[in-house]
Write a protein that binds this ligand. Structure first.
Ligand code: FAD
Ligand code: NAD
Length: 452
């Protein structure tokens, strides 16, 4: 057998890779991680973690507002954006250092620089070559960039997450998850917000009725939406910018965020030279996450995959690859249901079989609407509009759910657990849950629906 320097080299240090790196090192493998930016990747430094930290005070204000409407709480509260940003830096900035320290303590070599495959067993980093039996490509995605006149004035999600001052007016191009989460946060923090979307509808992967409910709330709160509009230029004014669309719509604004999607980091990796197949959606893999070069795996957002590109799916793939390399799991990757959340206020969440899929197969599925916000008002924080739609199969098992409401993130996790464990109403009724809580209220209504 060839004598390689490492057993496994990971290109990229995000969730797609670092979990496997730690597991394999703990199992005695010689492991290196190549990273050209901050260790820990997008989620930690420029994505989920940073976002949810900024979202915290917005969620509090949203809850306060639910009681202000009834005059139960009075007085003005507002977000101090520069201080919130300082808090974000205080919490988030050390995280990449901690992970690098953990690598060091574990005996994982961190190779700083851009990784480029020289052949199927060799990675070129910062002028040196490193050889390995296995390679794992977890290079993630980056924000797409519109190629229009004035593109240099466009900012991306990373810029927004580090904005030192909140601009008075922000325009978001695109109405995807990134845009809607940030637009709502900026609105609650005190900015005026415009969203310009190319398509007729936003968030196609989510239950359309709940998407409409969220968009209506955001519209009522003052966000100015324009659908079926393609931005075709941004012009600098004496103060601020003028965003123009193909139809002639113009918006004067102080800051423009290009949130038109994300593209996989497949360029300048040596994929063509080494014979690793990829396309514009990402790296192609078989059902064992092996690329067209069998000693090279790919993981996380850079994959051409059907399931959502999220931190928990990247982590799942990372753990699966570690088990493959250790010879612990010979089977094809088998994803459980994947919950996903849009962190607007109110939140949206989905898991399992969708409402659209269920409605298209009435012989197999039953769709039940549960207005838990109204029915369980004493167990929610004055959110009478909160509701969920569940999908029940012909064996009376829960197989899918869509949720609209602020408790969606925790509720969707519980419902995903029930789906993955194939729990029946009988089995659920044998368990004791803490009371009062949003989850016990929802569970009691779901059990009743499952027994129908
Ligand atoms: C604004 C935002 C909010 C998000 N919010 C959520 C959320 O709430 N929940 C959720 O589940 N997901 C969320 N996501 C998605 C989540 O961040 C990704 O699914 C996750 O980070 C994917 O992990 P990854 O390891 O595949 O990629 P990444 O975390 O992007 O890691 C890839 C790493 O590879 C490095 N790299 C790339 N090419 C090379 C090279 N040639 N050489 C060396 N290094 C290289 C990059 O620098 C990067 O550090 C969000 C994303 C964004 C942008
Ligand atoms: N809560 C979460 O889990 C979370 C949060 C943020 C991001 N993410 C991840 O990041 C991914 C990317 O999210 P995203 O919001 O950047 O992309 P997206 O693809 O979800 O949305 C981009 C939107 O921009 C629109 N668009 C494209 N070109 C346009 C143009 N020229 N003019 C106007 N609109 C245009 C598209 O029609 C689409 O609605 C998500 O799919 C998800 O995997 C997840």
């Amino acid at each position: 057998m060839a004598d390689y320097q490492y057993d496994v080299i990971f290109v990229g240090s995000g969730h797609a890779n670092w979990h496997a790196a730690v597991t394999l090192r703990q199992a005695g493998k010689r492991v290196a991680v190549v990273e050209e930016d901050l260790v820990a990747g997008t989620c930690t430094n420029y994505g989920c973690n940073a976002k949810i930290l900024l979202d915290g005070p917005a969620a509090v204000l949203n809850q306060v507002h639910a009681y202000q409407k009834e005059d139960i709480i009075t007085g003005d509260l507002k977000i101090n954006w520069p201080d919130l940003m300082k808090y974000k830096h205080h919490v988030i900035d050390p995280l990449h250092v901690h992970l690098a320290q953990m690598f060091n303590a574990a005996g994982i070599d961190l190779l700083k620089g851009h990784g480029h495959l020289a052949d199927a067993h060799t990675v070129h980093v910062a002028g040196k070559e490193y050889s390995s039996e296995y390679l794992v490509l977890g290079t993630g995605q980056r924000p797409a960039k519109l190629n229009i006149p004035g593109k240099t004035y466009l900012h991306d999600s990373r810029d927004f997450l580090s904005l030192p001052e909140l601009p008075a007016h922000i325009t978001f191009i695109g109405a995807g998850i990134v845009s809607l989460e940030f637009a709502d946060l900026a609105r609650i923090a005190g900015a005026e917000v415009t969203v310009i979307e190319f398509a007729e509808r936003p968030l196609r992967a989510y239950y359309d009725q709940y998407v409409d409910k969220v968009i209506n709330v955001l519209k009522d709160a003052g966000i100015d939406f324009h659908f079926k509009e393609a931005v075709d230029s941004v012009q600098a004014l004496e103060q601020g910018y003028l965003v123009r669309t193909a139809s002639g719509l113009t918006v004067e604004t102080d800051y423009v965020v290009d949130a038109t999607g994300r593209v996989p980091n497949v360029e300048d990796l040596g994929l063509d030279e080494v014979g690793v197949s990829y396309n514009r959606r990402g790296i192609e893999v078989d059902n064992h996450l092996r690329t067209s070069q069998k000693n090279i795996f790919a993981s996380g957002d850079v994959l051409d995959k059907q399931i959502p590109r999220l931190t928990p799916t990247a982590t799942f793939e990372s753990n699966y690859i570690a088990a493959q390399i250790l010879g612990l799991d010979a089977g094809a990757i088998n994803y459980p249901v994947v919950p996903s959340i849009v962190f607007t206020l109110p939140r949206l969440a989905e898991t399992g079989v969708t409402v659209a899929e269920a409605e298209a197969d009435a012989a197999q599925y039953r769709v039940e609407r549960i207005t838990y916000g109204r029915n369980m008002l004493f167990q929610t924080k004055n959110e009478p509009e909160a509701e969920l739609t569940i999908i029940i199969d012909s064996k009376n098992k829960l197989v899918g759910a869509a949720i609209y409401g602020d408790d969606a993130p925790d509720l969707i996790n519980i419902l995903s657990l029930i789906i993955n464990q194939h729990l029946s109403a009988e089995e659920l009724s044998q368990m004791i849950f803490a009371f009062p809580s949003a989850s016990i209220g929802v569970l009691s209504l779901i059990m009743a629906a499952m027994r129908k």
